[in-house]
Write a protein that binds this ligand. Structure first.
Ligand SMILES: Nc1nc2c(ncn2[C@@H]2O[C@H](COP(=O)(O)OP(=O)(O)OP(=O)(O)O)[C@@H](O)[C@H]2O)c(=O)[nH]1
Ligand SMILES: [Zn+2]
Length: 340
Protein backbone atom coordinates (compact mmCIF):
# COMPACT_ATOMS: atom_id res chain seq x y z
CA UNK A 1 0.00 0.00 0.00
CA UNK A 2 1.43 3.26 -1.05
CA UNK A 3 0.14 5.08 2.01
CA UNK A 4 2.00 2.64 4.27
CA UNK A 5 5.24 3.74 2.73
CA UNK A 6 4.65 7.33 3.60
CA UNK A 7 3.77 8.81 0.23
CA UNK A 8 1.34 11.17 1.85
CA UNK A 9 4.16 12.83 3.67
CA UNK A 10 6.11 13.49 0.52
CA UNK A 11 7.22 17.09 0.42
CA UNK A 12 8.51 17.18 -3.08
CA UNK A 13 5.75 18.43 -5.37
CA UNK A 14 6.74 16.17 -8.23
CA UNK A 15 6.62 13.06 -6.11
CA UNK A 16 3.41 14.07 -4.51
CA UNK A 17 1.91 14.40 -7.95
CA UNK A 18 3.29 11.19 -9.30
CA UNK A 19 4.71 8.54 -6.95
CA UNK A 20 5.76 5.44 -8.91
CA UNK A 21 3.73 7.01 -11.68
CA UNK A 22 0.69 5.18 -10.45
CA UNK A 23 -1.33 7.61 -8.45
CA UNK A 24 -2.31 9.73 -11.41
CA UNK A 25 -4.49 6.85 -12.48
CA UNK A 26 -8.23 7.01 -12.20
CA UNK A 27 -9.72 4.50 -9.75
CA UNK A 28 -9.95 0.95 -11.01
CA UNK A 29 -7.57 1.34 -13.94
CA UNK A 30 -4.80 -0.88 -15.23
CA UNK A 31 -1.67 1.22 -15.63
CA UNK A 32 1.91 0.73 -16.67
CA UNK A 33 4.68 1.07 -14.09
CA UNK A 34 7.01 3.82 -15.24
CA UNK A 35 9.38 3.86 -12.31
CA UNK A 36 9.90 1.61 -9.32
CA UNK A 37 12.24 3.72 -7.23
CA UNK A 38 11.04 6.95 -5.81
CA UNK A 39 12.45 9.45 -3.38
CA UNK A 40 10.27 10.68 -0.63
CA UNK A 41 11.01 13.71 1.51
CA UNK A 42 10.23 12.97 5.14
CA UNK A 43 10.78 15.84 7.55
CA UNK A 44 14.45 16.68 7.15
CA UNK A 45 15.57 13.63 5.21
CA UNK A 46 14.96 12.08 1.83
CA UNK A 47 14.42 8.33 1.65
CA UNK A 48 14.45 6.08 -1.36
CA UNK A 49 11.62 3.61 -1.59
CA UNK A 50 11.47 0.60 -3.89
CA UNK A 51 8.19 -0.83 -5.04
CA UNK A 52 8.95 -4.44 -4.23
CA UNK A 53 7.78 -7.04 -6.68
CA UNK A 54 7.20 -4.55 -9.47
CA UNK A 55 9.38 -3.96 -12.50
CA UNK A 56 9.33 -1.07 -14.92
CA UNK A 57 6.94 -2.05 -17.71
CA UNK A 58 4.64 -4.10 -15.50
CA UNK A 59 0.89 -3.63 -15.86
CA UNK A 60 -0.90 -3.32 -12.55
CA UNK A 61 -4.45 -2.71 -11.48
CA UNK A 62 -4.67 0.29 -9.22
CA UNK A 63 -7.28 2.39 -7.52
CA UNK A 64 -4.89 5.32 -7.42
CA UNK A 65 -3.54 4.66 -3.95
CA UNK A 66 -2.88 0.93 -3.83
CA UNK A 67 -2.01 -1.67 -6.43
CA UNK A 68 -2.71 -5.33 -6.94
CA UNK A 69 0.02 -7.73 -8.02
CA UNK A 70 1.17 -7.19 -11.58
CA UNK A 71 -0.60 -8.89 -14.48
CA UNK A 72 1.31 -11.89 -15.85
CA UNK A 73 4.38 -10.71 -17.77
CA UNK A 74 4.60 -11.50 -21.48
CA UNK A 75 8.38 -11.17 -21.38
CA UNK A 76 10.88 -10.18 -18.75
CA UNK A 77 14.44 -9.05 -18.97
CA UNK A 78 16.31 -10.32 -15.95
CA UNK A 79 19.86 -10.51 -14.78
CA UNK A 80 21.68 -11.90 -11.83
CA UNK A 81 21.57 -9.40 -9.00
CA UNK A 82 24.97 -7.96 -8.15
CA UNK A 83 27.06 -9.61 -5.48
CA UNK A 84 27.24 -13.32 -4.75
CA UNK A 85 23.54 -13.86 -4.40
CA UNK A 86 21.56 -16.20 -6.61
CA UNK A 87 18.69 -13.80 -6.98
CA UNK A 88 17.46 -12.64 -10.29
CA UNK A 89 16.63 -9.04 -10.78
CA UNK A 90 13.89 -8.18 -13.26
CA UNK A 91 15.09 -5.12 -15.11
CA UNK A 92 12.10 -4.61 -17.35
CA UNK A 93 8.80 -6.33 -18.01
CA UNK A 94 6.73 -6.73 -21.18
CA UNK A 95 9.54 -5.78 -23.54
CA UNK A 96 9.09 -6.48 -27.26
CA UNK A 97 12.50 -5.61 -28.66
CA UNK A 98 15.98 -5.47 -27.16
CA UNK A 99 18.34 -3.21 -29.09
CA UNK A 100 21.83 -4.53 -28.58
CA UNK A 101 23.95 -1.48 -29.23
CA UNK A 102 27.61 -1.93 -30.09
CA UNK A 103 29.87 0.70 -31.67
CA UNK A 104 31.73 -0.01 -34.94
CA UNK A 105 34.36 2.42 -33.76
CA UNK A 106 36.90 1.67 -32.32
CA UNK A 107 35.75 -1.95 -33.02
CA UNK A 108 32.72 -4.05 -32.16
CA UNK A 109 33.19 -6.73 -29.56
CA UNK A 110 31.62 -9.97 -30.78
CA UNK A 111 31.96 -11.66 -27.38
CA UNK A 112 30.04 -8.88 -25.68
CA UNK A 113 27.33 -9.10 -28.34
CA UNK A 114 26.98 -12.85 -27.67
CA UNK A 115 26.58 -12.15 -23.98
CA UNK A 116 23.89 -9.55 -24.59
CA UNK A 117 22.15 -11.83 -27.08
CA UNK A 118 21.99 -14.64 -24.52
CA UNK A 119 20.31 -12.30 -22.08
CA UNK A 120 17.97 -10.90 -24.71
CA UNK A 121 16.83 -14.24 -26.16
CA UNK A 122 16.13 -15.52 -22.66
CA UNK A 123 13.77 -12.60 -22.05
CA UNK A 124 11.33 -13.66 -24.74
CA UNK A 125 11.77 -10.33 -26.55
CA UNK A 126 13.25 -10.00 -30.05
CA UNK A 127 16.88 -8.91 -30.11
CA UNK A 128 18.06 -6.45 -32.78
CA UNK A 129 21.80 -5.86 -33.05
CA UNK A 130 22.51 -2.20 -33.80
CA UNK A 131 26.04 -1.35 -34.87
CA UNK A 132 26.52 2.37 -34.32
CA UNK A 133 28.96 5.05 -35.47
CA UNK A 134 29.24 3.73 -39.04
CA UNK A 135 30.53 7.17 -40.06
CA UNK A 136 33.67 6.54 -38.00
CA UNK A 137 34.24 2.89 -38.97
CA UNK A 138 37.40 2.22 -40.95
CA UNK A 139 36.34 -1.21 -42.07
CA UNK A 140 33.13 -3.10 -42.53
CA UNK A 141 32.90 -5.52 -39.62
CA UNK A 142 29.16 -6.08 -40.09
CA UNK A 143 29.52 -9.48 -41.87
CA UNK A 144 31.52 -10.90 -38.94
CA UNK A 145 28.89 -9.70 -36.50
CA UNK A 146 26.10 -11.07 -38.67
CA UNK A 147 27.59 -14.54 -38.37
CA UNK A 148 27.84 -14.05 -34.60
CA UNK A 149 24.26 -12.87 -34.28
CA UNK A 150 22.53 -15.62 -36.22
CA UNK A 151 18.78 -15.26 -36.00
CA UNK A 152 18.81 -11.59 -35.02
CA UNK A 153 18.57 -8.62 -37.38
CA UNK A 154 21.80 -6.65 -37.63
CA UNK A 155 21.50 -2.96 -38.59
CA UNK A 156 24.45 -0.68 -39.22
CA UNK A 157 23.59 2.93 -38.40
CA UNK A 158 25.04 6.36 -37.78
CA UNK A 159 23.22 8.76 -35.51
CA UNK A 160 25.54 11.49 -36.77
CA UNK A 161 24.60 11.15 -40.47
CA UNK A 162 21.23 9.44 -40.03
CA UNK A 163 22.35 6.51 -42.19
CA UNK A 164 20.03 3.49 -42.00
CA UNK A 165 17.87 4.90 -39.22
CA UNK A 166 14.76 4.33 -41.32
CA UNK A 167 15.55 0.64 -41.58
CA UNK A 168 15.84 0.45 -37.79
CA UNK A 169 12.64 2.45 -37.31
CA UNK A 170 10.93 -0.13 -39.51
CA UNK A 171 11.92 -2.89 -37.09
CA UNK A 172 10.41 -1.21 -34.04
CA UNK A 173 6.64 -1.10 -34.23
CA UNK A 174 4.77 1.82 -32.73
CA UNK A 175 3.06 0.72 -29.59
CA UNK A 176 5.78 -1.77 -28.79
CA UNK A 177 8.20 -1.54 -25.91
CA UNK A 178 11.93 -1.57 -26.45
CA UNK A 179 15.09 -1.32 -24.39
CA UNK A 180 18.68 -0.49 -25.25
CA UNK A 181 21.56 -2.51 -23.94
CA UNK A 182 25.21 -1.77 -24.58
CA UNK A 183 28.44 -0.43 -23.16
CA UNK A 184 28.87 3.15 -22.03
CA UNK A 185 29.65 5.44 -24.93
CA UNK A 186 28.21 3.05 -27.54
CA UNK A 187 25.83 5.79 -28.64
CA UNK A 188 22.59 4.58 -27.07
CA UNK A 189 21.29 8.01 -26.08
CA UNK A 190 22.35 9.54 -29.39
CA UNK A 191 20.51 6.74 -31.17
CA UNK A 192 17.28 7.28 -29.25
CA UNK A 193 17.42 11.01 -29.96
CA UNK A 194 18.15 10.44 -33.64
CA UNK A 195 15.29 7.94 -33.92
CA UNK A 196 12.89 10.19 -32.05
CA UNK A 197 13.95 13.33 -33.89
CA UNK A 198 14.18 15.24 -30.62
CA UNK A 199 16.21 15.16 -27.47
CA UNK A 200 14.73 12.44 -25.32
CA UNK A 201 17.92 11.49 -23.48
CA UNK A 202 21.06 13.37 -22.54
CA UNK A 203 24.14 12.30 -24.47
CA UNK A 204 27.83 12.12 -23.60
CA UNK A 205 28.63 15.67 -24.72
CA UNK A 206 25.76 17.17 -22.78
CA UNK A 207 26.69 15.33 -19.60
CA UNK A 208 30.38 16.22 -19.84
CA UNK A 209 30.60 16.75 -16.08
CA UNK A 210 31.25 13.07 -15.41
CA UNK A 211 28.02 12.77 -13.47
CA UNK A 212 25.66 9.96 -14.36
CA UNK A 213 22.46 11.04 -16.01
CA UNK A 214 20.44 8.58 -14.01
CA UNK A 215 18.96 10.43 -11.13
CA UNK A 216 15.94 8.99 -9.41
CA UNK A 217 13.85 11.79 -10.84
CA UNK A 218 14.37 10.25 -14.25
CA UNK A 219 11.31 8.57 -15.64
CA UNK A 220 12.34 5.10 -16.72
CA UNK A 221 9.58 4.44 -19.21
CA UNK A 222 9.31 7.04 -21.93
CA UNK A 223 6.61 7.07 -24.59
CA UNK A 224 8.09 8.32 -27.86
CA UNK A 225 5.49 9.35 -30.42
CA UNK A 226 5.59 7.28 -33.56
CA UNK A 227 8.32 5.04 -32.22
CA UNK A 228 7.14 3.15 -29.14
CA UNK A 229 7.83 2.90 -25.43
CA UNK A 230 11.43 3.08 -24.34
CA UNK A 231 12.43 1.56 -21.02
CA UNK A 232 15.75 2.99 -19.95
CA UNK A 233 17.08 1.98 -16.53
CA UNK A 234 20.67 2.03 -15.28
CA UNK A 235 20.61 -1.76 -14.83
CA UNK A 236 19.78 -2.52 -18.44
CA UNK A 237 22.66 -0.45 -19.71
CA UNK A 238 25.16 -2.70 -17.95
CA UNK A 239 25.65 -6.25 -19.08
CA UNK A 240 25.20 -9.00 -16.54
CA UNK A 241 24.55 -12.70 -16.89
CA UNK A 242 21.59 -14.69 -15.80
CA UNK A 243 20.72 -18.33 -15.29
CA UNK A 244 18.85 -18.93 -18.51
CA UNK A 245 19.91 -21.86 -20.58
CA UNK A 246 17.27 -20.92 -23.17
CA UNK A 247 19.13 -17.80 -24.28
CA UNK A 248 22.28 -19.80 -24.81
CA UNK A 249 20.62 -22.18 -27.26
CA UNK A 250 19.30 -19.37 -29.43
CA UNK A 251 22.57 -17.45 -29.39
CA UNK A 252 24.85 -20.39 -30.14
CA UNK A 253 22.58 -22.56 -32.28
CA UNK A 254 25.47 -23.26 -34.70
CA UNK A 255 27.74 -24.53 -31.90
CA UNK A 256 24.95 -26.66 -30.40
CA UNK A 257 24.16 -28.19 -33.81
CA UNK A 258 27.73 -29.38 -34.11
CA UNK A 259 27.85 -30.44 -30.44
CA UNK A 260 24.93 -32.79 -31.11
CA UNK A 261 27.39 -34.85 -33.18
CA UNK A 262 29.88 -35.32 -30.30
CA UNK A 263 30.36 -38.95 -29.26
CA UNK A 264 29.41 -38.23 -25.64
CA UNK A 265 26.21 -36.33 -25.03
CA UNK A 266 27.75 -34.57 -22.01
CA UNK A 267 30.92 -33.73 -23.92
CA UNK A 268 32.75 -30.69 -22.53
CA UNK A 269 34.55 -30.24 -25.87
CA UNK A 270 37.91 -30.18 -24.10
CA UNK A 271 39.55 -33.62 -23.94
CA UNK A 272 36.92 -36.14 -25.05
CA UNK A 273 37.59 -38.37 -28.04
CA UNK A 274 35.11 -37.98 -30.90
CA UNK A 275 34.41 -34.35 -30.09
CA UNK A 276 32.71 -32.80 -33.12
CA UNK A 277 33.11 -29.25 -31.82
CA UNK A 278 36.90 -29.47 -31.54
CA UNK A 279 36.92 -31.11 -34.97
CA UNK A 280 34.89 -28.26 -36.45
CA UNK A 281 37.25 -25.67 -34.93
CA UNK A 282 40.25 -27.53 -36.40
CA UNK A 283 38.58 -27.61 -39.81
CA UNK A 284 37.73 -23.94 -39.64
CA UNK A 285 33.97 -24.60 -39.61
CA UNK A 286 33.54 -23.00 -36.19
CA UNK A 287 35.38 -20.00 -34.77
CA UNK A 288 37.51 -21.05 -31.78
CA UNK A 289 36.94 -17.75 -29.97
CA UNK A 290 33.18 -18.13 -30.39
CA UNK A 291 33.29 -21.67 -28.99
CA UNK A 292 35.37 -20.46 -26.03
CA UNK A 293 32.82 -17.70 -25.45
CA UNK A 294 29.99 -20.27 -25.55
CA UNK A 295 31.80 -22.44 -23.00
CA UNK A 296 32.50 -19.51 -20.72
CA UNK A 297 28.88 -18.33 -20.71
CA UNK A 298 27.65 -21.91 -20.30
CA UNK A 299 29.93 -22.33 -17.28
CA UNK A 300 28.65 -19.10 -15.76
CA UNK A 301 25.07 -20.24 -16.21
CA UNK A 302 25.85 -23.63 -14.64
CA UNK A 303 27.57 -21.98 -11.67
CA UNK A 304 24.64 -19.65 -11.31
CA UNK A 305 22.17 -22.56 -11.36
CA UNK A 306 24.25 -24.41 -8.76
CA UNK A 307 24.37 -21.37 -6.53
CA UNK A 308 20.62 -21.00 -6.86
CA UNK A 309 19.91 -24.63 -5.93
CA UNK A 310 22.28 -24.39 -2.94
CA UNK A 311 20.45 -21.28 -1.77
CA UNK A 312 17.05 -22.89 -2.32
CA UNK A 313 18.12 -25.96 -0.32
CA UNK A 314 19.44 -23.76 2.46
CA UNK A 315 16.18 -21.82 2.53
CA UNK A 316 14.28 -25.12 2.70
CA UNK A 317 16.46 -26.31 5.59
CA UNK A 318 15.89 -23.10 7.49
CA UNK A 319 12.16 -23.37 6.90
CA UNK A 320 12.03 -27.02 8.05
CA UNK A 321 14.10 -26.17 11.11
CA UNK A 322 11.87 -23.32 12.15
CA UNK A 323 8.76 -25.41 11.50
CA UNK A 324 10.18 -28.16 13.72
CA UNK A 325 11.14 -25.63 16.38
CA UNK A 326 7.62 -24.26 16.24
CA UNK A 327 6.11 -27.75 16.63
CA UNK A 328 8.45 -28.54 19.49
CA UNK A 329 7.43 -25.37 21.27
CA UNK A 330 3.76 -26.34 20.89
CA UNK A 331 4.42 -29.89 22.17
CA UNK A 332 6.47 -28.56 25.11
CA UNK A 333 3.68 -26.17 25.97
CA UNK A 334 1.18 -29.05 25.87
CA UNK A 335 3.37 -31.27 28.05
CA UNK A 336 3.82 -28.58 30.65
CA UNK A 337 1.40 -28.84 33.56
CA UNK A 338 -1.18 -26.08 33.59
CA UNK A 339 -0.37 -22.88 35.36
CA UNK A 340 3.38 -22.96 34.56
N1 LIG B 1 30.54 10.16 -35.01
C1 LIG B 1 29.55 9.65 -34.29
N2 LIG B 1 29.53 9.84 -32.96
C2 LIG B 1 28.51 9.31 -32.26
C3 LIG B 1 27.48 8.55 -32.87
N3 LIG B 1 26.63 8.13 -31.92
C4 LIG B 1 27.11 8.61 -30.74
N4 LIG B 1 28.24 9.33 -30.95
C5 LIG B 1 29.04 10.00 -29.91
O1 LIG B 1 29.48 9.04 -28.96
C6 LIG B 1 29.48 9.60 -27.64
C7 LIG B 1 28.66 8.72 -26.69
O2 LIG B 1 27.31 8.75 -27.12
P1 LIG B 1 26.10 8.51 -26.13
O3 LIG B 1 24.88 8.50 -26.98
O4 LIG B 1 26.14 9.44 -24.99
O5 LIG B 1 26.45 7.04 -25.61
P2 LIG B 1 25.64 6.11 -24.56
O6 LIG B 1 25.72 4.74 -25.07
O7 LIG B 1 24.30 6.67 -24.34
O8 LIG B 1 26.53 6.25 -23.28
P3 LIG B 1 26.10 5.98 -21.73
O9 LIG B 1 25.02 6.94 -21.41
O10 LIG B 1 27.36 6.22 -20.98
O11 LIG B 1 25.66 4.55 -21.62
C8 LIG B 1 28.94 11.00 -27.79
O12 LIG B 1 30.03 11.88 -27.81
C9 LIG B 1 28.22 10.98 -29.12
O13 LIG B 1 28.19 12.22 -29.78
C10 LIG B 1 27.55 8.38 -34.31
O14 LIG B 1 26.73 7.73 -34.95
N5 LIG B 1 28.62 8.94 -34.95
ZN1 LIG C 1 32.41 -32.21 -27.90
Amino acid sequence: MISDLGWDEARDEEWRADPVSLTGAAPGRVVRVERTTIRVALDDRVVTVHANGLAVGDWVATDGATWASPLPRRTQLARQASGRTSDEQVLAANVDAVLIVEPLHPAPNARRIERMLTLAWASGATPIVVLTKSDLAERDSAPEIESTASGADVVVVSSATGANLDRLRGLIHPGQTFVLMGPSGAGKSSLVNALAGREVLETGEVRGDGKGRHTTTHRELIVIDGLGCLIDTPGIREVGMTAHQSGLGATFADVLDVAAECRFHDCTHTVEPGCAVRGAVENGLLDGARVASFQRIEREIAQQALRKSTHDRRDERIETKSRRAGMRAVMDAKKRPRGQ
